[in-house]
Design a protein around this ligand. Structure first.
Ligand code: COA
Length: 197
């Protein structure tokens, strides 16, 4: 339930969500885009859309908040993602964006809580956020979710690591997900033709 009324559904983002993501990006203000991408960005390139939506959901996962409206069956409201760092495999780097008109209604906090749980499920030891020091909304959100974690200034960018609960029951889910990914990589057995064909 959103503060102020209405509801949103959270689910994994997938390769079919390119249009959804592009429309959501267009609804982010210039400052919102700058805070998310650290550059003044006018549009998402096709290659960027591919990178942001073609996910294995283990080393790179993303959650999207959507709602159905009278005009659109699925309107994208927010997205949060976590990418496992090659150099520090126990660390995932997180990012989040909520379209401007839905900010301040609890979506950011709800998505980050789910992202923390999903990252722990995949065996992540911590979730790292890098943000501009002027990003007061994100600073406040992170402080409320991880009051024990401290911001570290790295050449003008703030970094904060949120430790994830290593005893999460999800560790076993991580193994199951890895097994499923293995299945996807193996060639599938061909189904026998349906009777009568
Ligand atoms: C940062 C961002 C994700 C917050 O999302 P949101 O949905 O607006 O946040 P929520 O409504 O869940 O707010 C959660 C808490 O964050 C803090 N917060 C959110 N917006 C704030 C603001 N503008 N000023 C101060 N605190 C703020 C508050 O502590 C709030 O808790 P409260 O509602 O109990 O007061 C959103 O502003 C955004 O998408 N910004 C542009 C992209 C960006 O900066 N991404 C982060 C880079 S990784």
């Amino acid at each position: 339930m959103l503060a102020g009324g209405g509801e949103a559904q959270l689910r994994l983002l997938d390769a079919d969500d390119k249009g959804l993501l592009r429309r959501g990006f267009e609804r982010l203000s210039d400052d919102g885009r700058y805070n998310r991408f650290f550059v003044r960005k006018r549009m998402l390139l096709d290659a960027e859309l591919d990178y942001l939506t073609e996910l294995d959901q283990i080393h790179h996962l993303a959650l999207v908040a959507v709602r159905a409206t009278a005009l659109e069956p699925t309107e994208g409201l927010a997205v949060a993602r976590a990418v496992r760092l090659v150099t520090e495999p126990h660390v995932y780097e997180g990012a989040i964006a909520v379209v401007d008109e839905f900010q301040g209604r609890g979506l950011g906090a709800a998505l980050l809580r789910r992202l923390m749980a999903a990252t722990a499920e995949r065996g992540g030891g911590s979730l790292r956020f890098c943000l501009l020091p002027t990003n007061t909304a994100m600073r406040a959100l992170l402080t409320s979710l991880a009051p024990q974690s401290a911001f570290v200034d790295e050449d003008g960018v703030l970094r904060l690591d949120i430790p994830l609960d290593g005893s999460s029951p999800a560790r076993s889910t991580a193994a199951a997900l890895d097994a499923r990914a293995g299945d996807r990589l193996r060639p599938r057995a061909r189904r026998p033709p349906a009777p009568g064909r």
